[in-house]
Design a protein around this ligand. Sequence first.
Ligand code: SER
Length: 364
Amino acid sequence: MQPLAELVDTNIMIEPKSRTPSGIGLGSILVTGAGGEMGHALLAQLAALHGGKREIVAMDLKELSADRKAHLQTSYIGDISDPRLVEAIAANHDISEIWHLAALLSTRGERSPELAMQVNVMGSANMLRLAADSATRRQSPVKFLFPSTVAIYGVPSLEAKRAAGVVTEDECLQPITMYGVNKRAVEELGRYYSRHYRLLAADRMDCTVDFRAIRFPGIISADTVPTGGTSDYGPEMLHAAAQGKAYECFVRSDARIPFMTMPDAVRSLIELAAAPRESLTQLVYNVTAFAPSAEEIAAKVREHFPNAAITYVPTPERQQIVDSWPEDLDDSAARRDWGWKPAHDFSAAFATYLIPSIRARYGA
Ligand code: SER
């Protein structure tokens, strides 16, 4: 067995340690998947909001880059489905908030379904258990932020997709990918831990895990390119054009799913985390910003990079996944309950965020 010391990479420990078994104190924030796309954008913002007041602990499969570590006190290298790592974190930190970002996305998950289930479900179960144990010790609910996905929806055919149009949180819940099934399972586990955990126990707490989830559409970032997702054609065609590379899109030109920008996605999680519990009428919320076809994205890319060479070479398997996801999401509950509103519509996303940042990045 690998010694724990080899799993742990301590940057600067906060002294004295913030562990407070009595339930007083703000406790530490744990971010899983901190090396991923969303982690990249989120860490800086969490540090800006809480830096100096709360310990921020991160974990990822790979060692984090120095710029990410700069936002943290401690980072752990390891697999979230490894109970030893989770136990080490529980023993070393007084966790009061978990941002559980680690997951294998939809295309990767279809290539290794059992691995996806191990990471996406068992890893999440470990995190929920950590949250519940920590809440019991602190005698105070532990906040659990969970990015869910448009992939939890499943429509059986293109005709059904067009007929369904904009879907609410309760419709079309028959995902066809392992990733979608996994995320849906964790939404349900979150509901259990939040409302019914140890329901027969005499000493049970009313709310152990304060579970809050957002079902994200495809996300487009100017700073990073996703890996292993099926909505990747959106960001990939933009990043290719900015680098003067030709792009073969793996879905048809008329494929349509919702998207949003990374800054909006991160802000939505931060706003949901900050919302008073009493104003939240559900545990899981849709958010969305715009719902272009692949060709509408390509046309927007060409507006800014007229030499962009984008062709369509649909891959039947990935096309089938995109065809099973709804054309758009109804996010009226998020707007009503916690004031959600995207800053970037389709045009603003490109004009004020993606294009200026991506030009600066690639010198395009
Ligand atoms: N971006 C994800 C994927 O493509 C969907 O949530 O798998």
